[in-house]
Design a protein around this ligand. Structure first.
Ligand code: FEO
Length: 390
């Protein structure tokens, strides 16, 4: 396994996790990579590292360029263990290497690994000379942990962005111009929706800094390296971080005896009759992380659950908990569902949508099996409400 050259003396030495399918609840159907980068200069520098169980692969790639014991500096842009859990093994190999990280990075690494390594906590804007080139650090707290920072190499025009601009894709291709652009952008969207979404304000401040740089390459810590599609991904981040919703509806539901499903279809009909695109997400066959990708720009979020034991179905509960944590903003919510006698589920969903900060539309609840007339009524009563919002 070999390193991949990015520019003269800058290499990708990361690893490919072909088998990864679950990243703390996020369905990673295309696997992922943990990207580490090696800079050969007067000071040999490694930027980030990889999940511990792929340490040997990283060392093999570094060894294809240089003896790993010659590494002088480690730049640790982020503490999370997908980028740091090789450190205990690596530091046995290079115990005198200096670790450059943010103040919260030092704190986090000490708490994770209980080691008194040779840390240097950097300030935002601080520059580190490696010889012919330098690295400037920009602290980016809460994109998406308190310790995050990015590293900028002015001489090579490379932004080492860590989690920002990442995508969970395992591939033998390394650069975005070698891979179908629609897939890279789709996976970047999924990554943003499931990891970065709560931190829009912080992302905007990173984008402000990025706009002052003449970036030729973005090296994220997951997936493909951006070279060709930098303007596109920056534009998407601008849109996502500002919660720009479109005239689009996502209808998320589970159903016991198909009555709530029939209601979901009647709601779909209302949106379609006024030419608003709709995405249907039955929770029995859609993963919550894929639903987040769909709703990241949807203005209307409709959630349906029948009543089970005076409550909502567990699938709906899991989805609402997940969505609430990711905190999409400035949306319209609609609760609906069928019930037998109690009918509590619809009010429970409505309350959670309100807790999410959504403006809620009139709840829709029907007892037992809806008739065709009742379904038509749902459609016809909903249309004027939507038109008022549009
Ligand atoms: Fe890819 Fe926050 O770790």
């Amino acid at each position: 396994m070999k390193a991949v050259k990015i520019t003269d003396n800058v290499y990708w030495v990361g690893v490919i996790d072909w088998d990864l399918r679950n990243f703390h609840g996020y369905l990673t159907q295309r696997g992922s990579t943990y990207n580490a980068y090696l800079i050969i200069d007067e000071k040999i520098t490694l930027i980030d590292n990889v999940k511990y169980y792929l340490y040997d692969e990283m060392i093999e790639r570094i060894s294809s360029v240089i003896d790993p014991t010659k590494i002088d500096y480690i730049i640790q842009n982020h503490v999370e263990m997908d980028h740091s859990s090789s450190l205990p093994m690596l530091m046995k190999l290079i115990p005198n290497a200096k670790i450059y990280t943010s103040p919260n990075g030092e704190k986090g690494l000490r708490m994770h690994y209980k080691q008194d390594w040779n840390f240097h906590a950097v300030q935002s804007g601080e520059k580190l000379s490696l010889g012919k080139r330098s690295i400037q650090f920009v602290l980016t707290p809460m994109v998406h942990w308190p310790d995050n920072m990015v590293s900028w190499c002015e001489e090579d025009k490379i932004l080492f962005s860590n989690d920002a601009f990442g995508q969970h894709i395992a591939s033998s291709e390394r650069f975005d111009d070698e891979f179908p652009a629609n897939i890279v952008l789709e996976e970047a969207r999924k990554y943003y929706a499931n990891i970065v979404l709560p931190y829009g304000k912080q992302v905007q401040s990173v984008l402000k800094t990025a706009s002052t740089l003449d970036i030729k390459t973005i090296c994220p810590s997951h997936g493909l390296i951006w070279k060709k599609h930098i303007p596109e991904i920056i534009n998407e981040y601008v849109k996502w971080s500002s919660n720009q919703a479109e005239e689009k509806a996502v209808i998320i539901y589970d159903t016991m005896w198909k009555s709530t499903e029939k209601m979901a279809q009647a709601i779909r009909e209302a949106f379609e009759q006024i030419n608003i695109p709709v995405h249907m997400s039955n929770l029995q066959c859609n993963h919550i992380s894929d639903i987040m990708t769909e709703l990241i720009t949807a203005k209307y979020i409709c959630v349906g659950s029948p009543t089970l034991n005076n409550n909502i179905l567990p699938t709906v509960s899991a989805f609402l908990t997940y969505m609430k944590g990711l905190a999409p903003k400035d949306r319209y919510g609609l609760a609906f569902g069928s019930y037998g006698w109690g009918g509590q589920s619809i009010g429970i969903v409505d309350n959670i949508l309100k807790e999410c900060g959504f403006t809620t539309m009139d709840m829709i609840r029907l007892q037992y099996i809806p008739t065709t007339e009742q379904l038509n009524e749902i459609t016809q009563q909903l249309i004027p409400q939507i038109k008022e919002i549009m």
